[in-house]
Design a binder for this molecule. Structure first.
Ligand SMILES: *Cc1c(COP(=O)(O)O)cnc(C)c1O
Length: 537
């Protein structure tokens, strides 16, 4: 029973009264404690303390979060389009017009305001006609977990800030490593996304390569002398975070060697073999081959077994970027990832094909001792002796320090739905994409680049014969923009061999073939209007 029924929304009238009296302790407002009266300079509790989530504010917490959840639920229920088509110029005044030094003091009022500045015009990934980037609708167990993890607010850097959170994360790393088949010495850590996972994996690969170079050198060799000679080999279709990582890791400007792809946009192993030999002959050090299991544009999967053979023969670190393709680990198409078990490191993005909210990703390694390259000790946080005492401090393996308990989302997902259910969702979008390819391939108005393995389709509207190529490009760009402005659908764009293409990324199992047909009709109409003018039939 509560001693004090303070008003629901309003801060309490006096500083110091905010927390209310507690059981077993005299009330400060009853002035029974001499210290509150005798010392005018005694620190007082600000009235704003009611905004803190504490044992005395749980009612308020529940009410306000429920209010927020209710607004989102209502908004999602009545969203008829993935986007309103609002432009930055239209929306900017609503955001910039808000005086951040004038708080509303009230959650309901702030949520009302949020409708106007965010919720009304947000881009909604749950909508079946959102077909643009690798954003997924999210599963409810993970959203529940998100609410739990931000309220408890564990930080996964050390055991003493997370306890069970650390153990849960470790279980999920082991679970993922086992699905990949990395073996008993595997390890890894959750990260903020595929970009960070790739950077992390390449840092380990770089330091392993440096260690080997130093070991094999006739005369002592310093790391800065090695860095300019290091090379990362990856396909021309790999993710740009590989090139970004090379820069962050202090490698030379030419550190990334781009390996050509076949017509299905998969790395050519003969070309890889040639580049490896060329590197060696030139006195360079290939520090890693990065294979992509699910390229961002085409969903193509590099030939992992052939690449693994080459890496083995040359003694080179194999990193598999499965940021997108990781959903196959739980799908009936698991065989498409055959060979991934031979990787030295793997990137997975649960926030793509596992239907998890951003952020949720992990980097996995075959040999846990490699993780030491990211280990630093701080006396105040994770002293070396805690490793000796076998206290599990995840910061020893992470590039981050304070770190979200993102793993809880996957945990709840597996505990509520199970892995097969996640795989079924991913299989459904892959099936749908295959059917959509049939439609597109049979439609003379469009040209598709490759037959999809996963859930993307890269295609373009074909201008009539004799149309200048530039005009065809512009028509495709225009079609995408006009569609987005109408809010009837959202699609992506990319460039293939210098020409502008459109792109569908399907991650919503509720996107039907009729949604796809409808969006294609709209795209053809917008593109046609651009080329023929508004009056053409
Ligand atoms: C999305 C993606 C990344 C980057 O992952 P983020 O989570 O966006 O940082 C890396 N590689 C591939 C193949 C991707 O599709």
């Amino acid at each position: 029973m509560s001693f004090l029924a303070h008003p629901a929304e309003d801060p309490p009238p006096h500083p110091g009264a905010g927390t209310g009296p507690r059981k077993g302790r005299p009330s400060a407002t009853a002035a029974s404690s001499p210290s509150t009266t005798s010392s005018p300079s005694a620190p007082s509790t600000p009235s704003t303390v009611t905004h803190l989530l504490t044992n005395t504010s749980t009612d308020r917490y529940e009410r306000h979060v429920t209010d927020g959840v209710g607004r989102v639920a209502a908004r999602l229920a009545r969203t008829e389009r993935p986007f309103t088509g609002v432009t930055p110029a239209q929306l900017a005044p609503a955001v910039s017009g808000i005086d951040l030094d004038e708080p509303l003091g009230d959650t309901a009022a702030a949520l009302d305001e949020l409708e106007r500045v965010y919720l009304r015009d947000a881009v909604y990934f749950h909508h079946p006609r959102y077909l643009a980037h690798l954003n997924c609708p999210v599963v409810i167990p993970a959203v529940v977990a998100e609410a739990v993890l931000s309220a408890v607010n564990s930080s996964l850097d050390t055991w003493d800030q997370s306890a069970g959170g650390t153990l849960i994360e470790r279980r999920l790393i082991d679970w993922t490593a086992r699905r990949i088949g990395l073996g008993r010495a595997a390890d890894g850590v959750f990260t903020s996304g595929g970009t960070q996972s790739n950077l992390h994996a390449l840092l380990l690969a770089r330091d392993e390569a440096c260690r080997m170079e130093q070991k094999n050198a006739a005369t002592p060799l310093r790391k800065p002398e090695i860095l300019p000679r290091l090379r990362i080999l990856t396909s021309e279709c790999s993710h740009f975070s590989i090139a970004k990582s090379a820069t962050v890791l202090g490698l030379g400007e030419d550190a990334v060697v781009s390996v050509p792809c076949d017509e299905d946009r998969r790395m050519r192993t003969d070309a890889l073999a040639r580049e490896l030999t060329r590197c060696r002959t030139a006195g360079l050090v290939p520090m890693a081959v990065v294979a992509t299991a699910g390229t961002t544009d085409f969903g193509s999967i590099d030939p992992l077994p052939g690449i693994a053979d080459l890496c083995e023969r040359h003694g080179i670190w194999l990193h598999v970027d499965a940021a997108y393709g990781c959903g196959l680990l739980v799908s009936r198409r698991r065989h498409l990832l055959d060979g991934i078990e031979r990787a030295d490191s793997v990137t997975v993005d649960y926030h793509k094909s596992f239907f998890q909210p951003v952020s949720s990703s992990a980097v996995l390694v075959r040999d846990r001792t490699a993780m030491r390259h990211a280990t630093y000790h701080a006396d105040y946080l994770n002293p070396a002796r805690s490793a000796e005492d076998r206290i599990p401090n995840q910061v020893d393996k992470s590039l981050q320090t304070t770190r979200r308990f993102d793993a809880l989302k996957l945990w709840m997902t597996l505990r509520v739905m199970g892995a097969d259910a996640v795989g079924e969702l991913f299989d459904a979008v892959v099936d749908r994409t295959a059917a959509a390819w049939e439609l597109l391939d049979a439609d003379p108005r469009f040209e598709v680049v490759t037959r999809p393995r996963l859930s993307t389709l890269v295609f373009r509207w074909l201008p009539p014969d004799g149309t200048p190529a530039v005009l065809g490009d512009r028509a495709n760009l225009h079609a995408r923009e006009a569609l987005s402005a109408s809010g009837e659908g959202v699609v992506a764009a990319t460039v293939v061999d210098g020409r502008h293409y459109l792109k569908f990324t399907l991650l919503n199992p509720q996107t039907s073939l009729s949604d796809i047909t409808a969006v294609l009709e709209l795209l053809a109409e917008h593109a046609g209007q651009y080329v023929y003018g508004r009056h053409a039939g």
